[in-house]
Design a binder for this molecule. Sequence first.
Ligand SMILES: Cc1cc2nc3c(=O)[nH]c(=O)nc-3n(C[C@H](O)[C@H](O)[C@H](O)COP(=O)(O)O)c2cc1C
Length: 196
Amino acid sequence: MKKICIIEGHPDNLKKHFCHALADEYEIGAKSEGHEVVRINVADLEFDALKSEEEYREGFIPDEISKSQKIILSSNHIVIIYPLWLGGMPSKLVAFFEQLMRPNFAYDADNMFDKKLKGKSAHLIVTMGMPAIIYKIFYGSHSIKGFITGVLKFVGISPVKTTFIGEVASKRTNHKKWLEKANEFGKNKPKLLGIF
Ligand SMILES: Cc1cc2nc3c(=O)[nH]c(=O)nc-3n(C[C@H](O)[C@H](O)[C@H](O)COP(=O)(O)O)c2cc1C
């Protein structure tokens, strides 16, 4: 049994978005295989964005962030689901990761090569308005590559699987098929995913 943390990165918690439906299906699939699931809904968290390097290194860690850090520490697998905004993450999700990945939690403050989150894997599921192939080929998945290398792998989280769901507002996208896929991802059958 694995402990899976699903980070819901959609900043709007006033209405149910496709990202939330994907998270629901992922959780249903995971629980059906006996995995434990804990969700962090970033839109619900109350914290200020960091304003300085001093604050990042030595500042107060807001309660909601410290709770999230504990969940991450106790999880084997981290799923991050968000909509692509201006080519990257919505700003509240960026602010969440800036707060979360603090020195001595994510890596040793005196030795940045001492990665503190080794042994955990991740799966990024990103929805977008443009066709996924355009984001991958034409834009080279720039923000996602940067996040994987500069954040996740930097703190030891590897391997990282990615799933891009393009044209989410279009009828060309088969939403039902993607929800079924999210359920399958949650089941984490090793031969399908090869990441556990
Ligand atoms: C502020 C904002 C910026 C966006 N930027 C992009 C973008 O850079 N590339 C893209 O393909 N889609 C972009 N979109 C479209 C969203 O990615 C798309 O609407 C989202 O994945 C759909 O999820 P939702 O219906 O759950 O909000 C943007 C949407 C918003 C609101």
